[in-house]
Design a protein around this ligand. Structure first.
Ligand SMILES: [Zn+2]
Ligand SMILES: [Zn+2]
Length: 286
C-alpha cells in the first residue's frame, strides 16, 4: 500500500490540437498534452503529446544510468496525444521498461498506431522497433469504463464524448482522487456518468478548450466549454479545477481572460471550487 501522501503532478504539455511555441504562449506553454503523476514509487505519464519530450530529458537527468520503469496512459490516439513519443528518450534506453496502456484503436490496435507514426520512411525516420526499451502495449475497452491497478495505484477509466472515442482516467491517492478528463465535449447525454466519475475529485483536470461564444460554432468537435466545465466541477463537488487542452489560437492573455471568467462564475454561485488554468512547468504536491 502507498504509505504517505506523496503524489506529485507535473504539467509538461497543456495545449490541445497542435504545439504552439512562441512569445504569446510563454506563460501557459505551447506543448501538447502530457502530464506526469508520481504516486509513491510509481511513475505514470498521461498522454504522449509533444510535452513528453522534455519529460524524457528530465527523467534521464534524474535516473542517470539507473533503469527507468514507467507507465504511459494514452487517452486516445489523436495526433496531439501521441506525437511526442518518437522523441521520448527513455524509450531508447535498453534497460528501461515502458508499459503503454490505452483504448483499443481500430483497425490497427494501439501498438499499430504507434508503429504507423514511426514507419521509418514517410512519417518518421526511426521505427518503433528501433526503440531499445522493453515497450509493451495493453488495451482497454474504449466503450466502457473499468478499474485496474498500476502497481498500488487504483485507476478507473471512463469513455468521454469525443469523435473516435477517448478515455478519461481517475487515480486514487491517499489525499483524494485526481481525475483527468481530456478530450471531452461537455453537454452530451453522458453527463450523469461523467459526473459520477469525477465526483468529489480533489483535482479535476478538464478540457476547457473553448469559451461560450466559440462553442456555438464548434459543437461536435469533441471539446469542452469553460462555462460547462466549471458548472460540471461545481456539481461534482470537485475541490480544484485545472482548465486544460488550451486552444492553439488562445494566447496567454486570452487564457487569463478565460480563467477570470471561470473564477467569476464560481463566485456568482458561491462555490468553494478553486480554479486555475493548467500551465506547462507547474507542479502540484498532493
Ligand atoms: Zn486533443
Ligand atoms: Zn482528440
Amino acid at each position: 500500500m502507498i504509505e504517505s501522501s506523496t503524489a506529485v503532478l507535473r504539467f509538461w504539455g497543456v495545449r490541445g490540437s497542435i504545439p504552439t511555441p512562441g512569445p504569446s504562449t510563454l506563460r501557459y506553454g505551447g506543448n501538447t498534452t502530457c502530464v506526469e503523476l508520481r504516486i509513491g514509487s510509481e511513475i505514470v505519464v498521461i498522454d504522449a503529446g509533444s510535452g513528453i519530450r522534455a519529460l524524457g530529458g528530465s527523467l534521464v537527468r534524474e535516473f542517470g544510468a539507473k533503469p527507468i520503469s514507467l507507465s504511459v496512459l494514452i487517452t486516445h490516439t489523436h495526433w496531439d496525444h501521441i506525437q511526442g513519443f518518437p522523441f521520448f528518450i527513455p524509450a531508447f534506453g535498453k534497460n528501461n521498461r515502458i508499459r503503454v496502456i490505452g483504448p483499443q484503436s481500430e483497425p490497427d490496435g494501439l501498438k499499430g498506431v504507434f508503429e504507423k507514426q514511426m514507419d521509418g520512411s514517410r512519417c518518421f525516420p526511426v521505427t518503433l522497433g528501433m526503440m531499445s526499451a522493453q515497450i509493451s502495449f495493453d488495451h482497454l475497452d474504449k466503450d466502457q469504463g473499468i478499474q485496474f491497478e498500476i502497481g498500488d495505484v487504483k485507476v478507473t477509466s471512463c469513455p468521454t464524448n469525443h469523435p473516435g472515442g477517448c478515455l478519461a482516467y481517475r487515480f486514487e491517492t491517499p489525499a483524494g482522487g485526481i481525475a483527468f478528463l481530456s478530450d471531452h465535449e461537455t453537454g452530451g447525454d453522458d453527463e450523469l456518468r461523467i459526473l459520477e466519475f469525477i465526483k468529489d475529485a480533489k483535482i479535476l483536470i478538464a478540457d476547457a478548450q473553448y469559451d461560450a461564444s466559440e462553442m456555438v460554432a464548434r459543437k461536435g468537435w469533441g471539446h469542452g466549454c469553460t462555462d460547462d466545465v466549471v458548472s460540471l466541477a461545481m456539481k461534482a463537488g470537485a475541490e480544484q479545477l485545472y482548465l486544460f487542452h488550451h486552444d492553439p489560437t488562445h494566447d496567454d492573455a486570452f487564457i487569463d481572460g478565460m480563467l477570470e471568467h471561470a473564477k467569476g462564475l464560481v463566485c456568482q454561485f458561491g462555490s468553494l471550487l478553486q480554479v486555475q488554468a493548467a500551465a506547462e512547468g507547474c507542479e502540484i504536491s498532493i
